[in-house]
Ligand binder design. Structure first.
Ligand code: CA
Ligand code: CA
Length: 362
């Protein structure tokens, strides 16, 4: 499968306001990997932190060369990660509210768009958009009711002034009664700020993928070989014709409360589907090709810097797991090895996160 959708706020912003970004050749070669994480004990303290489970660590095959995988998921290669604690669920609205109430934190989507920052992420010479397009906001899924070409995300994403974690569908929407839904419209720095406040950190891509497999290596899906075994939906993704016919056969056309679907074998919920989750790795499509296929890579933490040839000015982190918008007809990113390039300042209706904690930190 060759089509890899790239969902990025400024890139889409540019597509909506101006024209498609151009592409440049890859920058001069850089070291393949940034500094590995410091080695942890890899052993579980006796008592689990609230809401977390111990991920025992180990060696696994990261990435995939399966026919369902995108090119950026390969080559599959050996990786070892140390043990760590991980949140059982995506961070919820109630959890994020507690952070905001304690700190007064204001998320990226609640701040006016900083044109001086944004223009560094766009092709040189891009004109400044009207002020009304620089007001606080985020990306909301606004599908048409008819089929559209799948090569233009602007057909189903809308920059929506007033959309943020408190108003996931924009002004007039709210999270009242949705305390146990995953918080969304969270940019990378918003997730990082929460993690630091909570005494945790965000996972690396390798930690996230190891955990998502639930100790069951080399399967295309976290739970086995079939997307819907015996007709049972084991994650919240998109059934129907993307993006205009969302059948919700799994019970949800949008996000679901955390823990709605069964956990994986580590006791982690919604690693696959529901909302995308941030990792700390910078994105490059060639990350795996730059790793040795013969040696085990220990605690990889991603490349030194981001590079997305489809959007070369826009720094991106890897997000994982897919969301309620992942469709068989479109991205099929409801697999542990799937990886998305997401602009560091991007908030989206289907993007959240969860945290990890080192084994020797309490
Ligand atoms: Ca669904
Ligand atoms: Ca998820």
């Amino acid at each position: 499968m060759s089509f890899v959708p790239h969902i990025a706020l400024p890139a889409l912003f540019a597509a909506l306001l101006f024209s498609a970004c151009n592409t440049d050749p890859a920058p001069a070669d850089t070291p393949a990997e940034s500094r590995p994480l410091p080695s942890q004990t890899g052993t579980a303290p006796a008592e689990a932190p609230p809401g977390m489970v111990w991920i025992p660590g180990g060696t696994f095959t990261m990435g995939s060369e399966d026919q369902t995988a995108h090119e950026v998921e390969g080559p599959a290669h050996g990786v070892k990660v140390q043990g760590f604690w991980m949140d059982k669920t995506e961070v919820t609205n109630a959890q994020y509210r507690a952070f905001v109430e304690a700190t007064g934190y204001v998320t990226v989507a609640e701040r006016p768009v900083d044109w001086e920052q944004l223009k560094t992420q766009l092709p040189p010479g891009t004109p400044k958009p009207p002020e009304e397009n620089l007001q606080p906001g985020s990306l909301v899924f606004t599908p048409p009711d008819y089929p559209v070409p799948l090569n233009n995300m602007a057909n189903w994403w809308s920059w929506t002034t007033g959309a943020n974690w408190r108003h996931p569908r924009g002004p007039g929407s709210s999270i009242e009664g949705k305390d146990d839904y995953p918080v969304v419209h969270i940019a990378f720095e918003d997730a990082k700020a929460y993690a630091e406040w909570a005494g945790k950190r965000l996972p690396t891509e390798a930690e996230w993928e190891f955990a998502s497999r639930g100790g069951n290596p080399n399967q295309p899906f976290a739970w086995g070989d079939e997307l819907v075994p015996d007709g049972q939906y084991l994650a919240n993704f998109f059934q129907g014709h993307f993006p205009h016919e969302n059948w919700g056969k799994d019970g949800y056309t949008g996000a679901a409360p955390v823990k709605t679907f069964p956990p994986n074998d580590y006791g982690l919920y919604d690693m696959i589907g529901n909302v995308w989750e941030w990792t700390t790795d910078w994105y490059r499509p060639d990350t795996y090709r730059r790793r040795s296929k013969d040696d085990i890579v220990v605690n990889p933490s991603g490349p030194y810097e981001s590079f997305d040839p489809q959007d070369p000015y826009n720094p991106k982190r890897v997000t994982k797991g897919g969301s309620f918008l992942c469709s068989t007809e479109y991205c099929s990113n409801y697999r542990p090895s799937a990886r998305m390039a997401t602009a560091f300042d991007s908030g989206q209706e289907h993007l959240g996160f969860r945290c990890v904690r080192d084994g020797n930190a309490r």
